[in-house]
Design a protein around this ligand. Structure first.
Ligand SMILES: [Zn+2]
Length: 410
C-alpha cells in the first residue's frame, strides 16, 4: 500500500491522503486567505471523508469538475455538513480564488454521495472500507482501509473522552499502520466538568451583574455543545449564525448523538435570532447569553455583537475554541483589541477562553495508540508532528511524521 500525503502533513488545514493513486481520504481546505489546498492534481477512483469540517471536506466539490464523478463515501451527517460548508464557501467566495469550485460541481455532490453507518463495511476503489465513531463531531469517523493484505487506519480528528454532543471513540480495529492526528499532542485538557462549571459560573455572574455574554463558537460541533452546556446549567441563550442550520442537521440523525433528548431540550432552551442587525443590537443590550459564529471572530453575526458589547466591562466575550494565530479572536485574547469589520477596536468587556476541545489530548492520544503498539504510526494533522513522532519513538513506537507530498509504503 502506498500512502501519499497531499495535505495535513506537519500542518493543520488541508487534510488529504491518497492511497495507491486511487483511493482519496479527505480533501480539505484551510480558512487562510488565500486558502491552502492539497498539493498535486488528483483523479481518484473513490473518495472517503472522515468528517464534516472545512479542513477535511472543504475542497471535495472540486473533485467533480469535467467528467470526473468519483463516488464519495461518508456518514449521513458528514454528507449534509459538507453541503452546508460548500454552499457557504460558494456564497461567500464564489467566482474568486477563495472558492475552488462552482455551482455545477456543488450540485453533483448529491449524485455521487454514498452514505454509510458505523461498522458496516463497504467497497471503495477495490478496498474494503469501514467507518468507526471517532467521537469528534456528529458523523465523524475513523476510516479503516483493507486491501486484503494490509490494514490502514486513518484516525481523522478524534476524541477519547465523552462530550455532551457525542460519545468518545471506543472502537480499536486491528491495523498494520495508523495515520494518527496530533493536534493536541503537547496539551493536557482540564477535566471537562471543571471547564463546564467554570464557564457556567462565569456566565451566571455576568448575567447577575446585568451584562451580556457573547460566546463565539464554530457552527459545527461547538455551537451545539455550548447549547447543551447552557441547557444543563439552566442558562437561557440565544443562538445566531450557521449553527442554527447545523443543529437541525444533527438532530435529524439521533443515532449519531450521545443524547438526542438532551439535544432536543437544548434546542427548546435556545432562542434563534432571525438575523436583522437592529434585533441583534437590542438582544446584545438585554443582559443575556448569545452563542454565535464565527468562533474566531473572523466574520458572521459576531461582527455585530462584539462591537455592541465591547464598550463596557460588565459585558463578557467567552471564547470556546482554539484561536489560530492572526485571527481577531487571538488578537483579542493577547492584546485586548481586535480588528472587527476592518477597524481595530479596543475592548473593555472582559475576555475569557474555555477549552471545550473536541480532540484527544496528550494522554488521550497515548491511550488510543496503546492499542497500536505493533503498528506503524504515521503522525499528521498538527503543529508539532515531528516532535510528537520522536516522543513516540522514545516510547518504542515505530513512528514518524511524513512530510508534505511524501509517499510512504506500508
Ligand atoms: Zn475536525
Amino acid at each position: 500500500m502506498e500512502i501519499r500525503f497531499l495535505g495535513g502533513a506537519r500542518e493543520i488545514g488541508r487534510s488529504a491522503v491518497l492511497i495507491d493513486d486511487s483511493l482519496l481520504l479527505d480533501f480539505g481546505m484551510s480558512t487562510d486567505n488565500p486558502p491552502r489546498l492539497p498539493v498535486g492534481s488528483v483523479d481518484p477512483d473513490s473518495v472517503v471523508v472522515s468528517h464534516g469540517h472545512l479542513d477535511h471536506v472543504g475542497a471535495i466539490p472540486s473533485l467533480l469538475s469535467g467528467d470526473a464523478r468519483p463516488p464519495i463515501h461518508w456518514t449521513p451527517p458528514t454528507a449534509e455538513l459538507a453541503m452546508v460548508l460548500a454552499r457557504d464557501t460558494l456564497k461567500l467566495h464564489g467566482g474568486t480564488y477563495r472558492c475552488p469550485f462552482a455551482e455545477a460541481e456543488l450540485r453533483r455532490l448529491t449524485q455521487v454521495s454514498e452514505t454509510h453507518r458505523y461498522r458496516e463495511p463497504f467497497e471503495a476503489a477495490g478496498y474494503e472500507v469501514t467507518l468507526f465513531n471517532a467521537g469528534h463531531i456528529p458523523g465523524s469517523a475513523h476510516v479503516l482501509v483493507d486491501d486484503g493484505e494490509t490494514r490502514l487506519l486513518y484516525t481523522g480528528d478524534f476524541h477519547t473522552e465523552d462530550q455532551r454532543l457525542v460519545s468518545g471513540t471506543v472502537d480499536r480495529p486491528d491495523a498494520d499502520a495508523v495515520i494518527c492526528e496530533s493536534t493536541y499532542s503537547d496539551v493536557t485538557h482540564d477535566a471537562r466538568e471543571e471547564v463546564e462549571r467554570a464557564f457556567a459560573e462565569s456566565l451566571r455572574t455576568t448575567l447577575w451583574e446585568g451584562g451580556t455574554v457573547v460566546v463565539p463558537a464554530f457552527a459545527i460541533g461547538r455551537t451545539q455543545e455550548a447549547m447543551l452546556v447552557c441547557e444543563a446549567h439552566d442558562l437561557e441563550c440565544y443562538v445566531d449564525g450557521m449553527g442554527q442550520e447545523v443543529t437541525g442537521i444533527v438532530r435529524r440523525y439521533p443515532e449519531f448523538l450521545r443524547d438526542p433528548e438532551a439535544m432536543a431540550r437544548a434546542k427548546s432552551n435556545a432562542r434563534y435570532v432571525s438575523g436583522r442587525d437592529g434585533q441583534r443590537r437590542r438582544i446584545a443590550e438585554s443582559g443575556t447569553v448569545i452563542i454565535t459564529t464565527s468562533g474566531m471572530l473572523s466574520g458572521g453575526p459576531a461582527m455585530t455583537y462584539v462591537p455592541a458589547v465591547r464598550g463596557h466591562p460588565k459585558h463578557k466575550i467567552a471564547l470556546t475554541g482554539y484561536q489560530v494565530e492572526g485571527t481577531p479572536g487571538r488578537d483579542l485574547l493577547e492584546t485586548g483589541s481586535a480588528e472587527i469589520n476592518g477597524r481595530v477596536m479596543p475592548v473593555s468587556a472582559r475576555v475569557e477562553a474555555y477549552d471545550f476541545s473536541a480532540h484527544a489530548d496528550r494522554e488521550g492520544l497515548r491511550a488510543f495508540l496503546a492499542s497500536y503498539r505493533d503498528a506503524r504510526v504515521l503522525v499528521n494533522h498538527g503543529d508539532r508532528c515531528v516532535a510528537f513522532a520522536e516522543e513516540l519513538q522514545g516510547e518504542c513506537f515505530d513512528a514518524r511524521a511524513p512530510d508534505l507530498d511524501e509517499t510512504v509504503r506500508v
